[in-house]
Design a protein around this ligand. Sequence first.
Ligand code: F3S
Length: 393
Amino acid sequence: MYLSREEERMLSGEEGFAVQKAMELLTALGEVFGAERMVKIESAQIAGVSYGNIGDAGLEFLEDWAGLGGRVRVKSTLNPAGMDLDKWQEMGVEESYYQRQMRILKAFEKMGVEITCTCTPYLVGNRPRPGAHIAWSESSAVVFANSVLGAKTNREGGPSALAAAITGRTPCYGLHLNNNREPTAIVNVEARLKTTFDFSLLGYTVGRILGSGIPYFKGLTGVNLDRLKIMSAALAASGGIAMFRIGKRRREGDKIEKICVDRRELEISRERLSAEGKPDLACIGCPHCSLEELADLARVVRGKKVKKGCALWVWTSREVHNEARDRGYVRAIESAGGKIFTDTCMVVCPLEKSGYSHMISNSCKAVHYVPSTSGLRATVSEMYLLLESVMEG
Ligand code: F3S
C-alpha cells in the first residue's frame, strides 16, 4: 500500500504514539481490503459510545488512546451514548453505569470529538459536501451519507473511524472508489408507499431479500428526507447494505439482479417484526427524530393522554430537542404524557431497566434489535396505530 511521506512519518511514530497506533490500524485494514493508498477525509462519525455496548474493555481502550495524546484532525462527532446525560435516572440507569458512561465521553472529549451523541450527525452540523470522503460508522448514517448526501464512506467500525479521525485519513477502497458505487440490483417498487413507516418496511424488505450490494430503486414516489432517513436505517439493519440509489440511472441495459417489492413482501417483513401481546412502551425516533418529525408528533398527540401503565418515549439529538423546546413541541408532547430523551436511543440504552416489557415502534431497525439488546418483545407499526396502542383520547 502506497503511503505519502506524511503518512510514513505517522506510521513511524514521529507524530506520537497515538497517531502511530491509529496509522497501524488503518494500514492493516487497507491491506486486508486491498487499498492502494489512503484518502484524506473531511469528517468522522464515531460509534461504539454506549457503555452497555463497549463495556470496561472499550472504556479502557478509549482512556488509553486519549492518554497517549490522541487528538482528532477533522470534524468528528459521536453516535448515541447509553443514556440521556441529564435524565438518566428516569430511564432506570444505575449510578455505576452513569459514572462509566461519563468517563467514556470524557475520553472522547479529550481527543477533541464533539459530544453530539446522535445517529443523525447530518442534522446537527456534520453534513458532508457531495463527493467528500468521510469515515462514518453509524450504519444508518453511512447509508444516508452515501445515498442522499452523495458523500463517500465505508461502513466503519468505531475504532477505525476514531483512527481515521486521528490521522485525517482512511484507506481508499470500497465505496471511496467510484467504480464500486454503481447499482448492483434494480428494485421495482410496486407497493404504493403512503407513510414514513412504509419506507422503513421497504428498506427492511430490500435488505432482507438482497442482503448486500447497492439497490437502485425504481418507481419510488413520495420521497422526503425523513422517509429516506428511516429507510436508510432499515436497509442496514436487515442486510449489510451501505448505499442505495434513486433518481436517474447512468448505466442502462446491464445484466444485474432485478427484484420486485409489492405490498405482500412488505407484509412479510411486518409480520416477522410483530410479537405476541399488548405493547406498553411506544418508541419513536430511530433514527433520531428531526424537528419536522417532532412538530408532526406534537400535532398528532394534542388532546391525547398516555394510558396508565404505558409510556411514549421519543428519541432525538440534544440540538434538535432544544430547537423543538423553543417552538413548543416538547411541551405539547410532554403534556400528553410523553417523554423525550436525548443523547441515546432504545437500542443502545439499557431498556430492560425501563420496567416495560413490549416495545412498539415505527422503525424496523429498532424492532429488529431491541429483543436482542434488552430482551423486550417488539412490534412494528405505523405511527397512528402505534400511538393508539398506548394513548387514549
Ligand atoms: Fe439511531 Fe439508535 Fe436507531 S443509533 S438508527 S436510534 S438504533
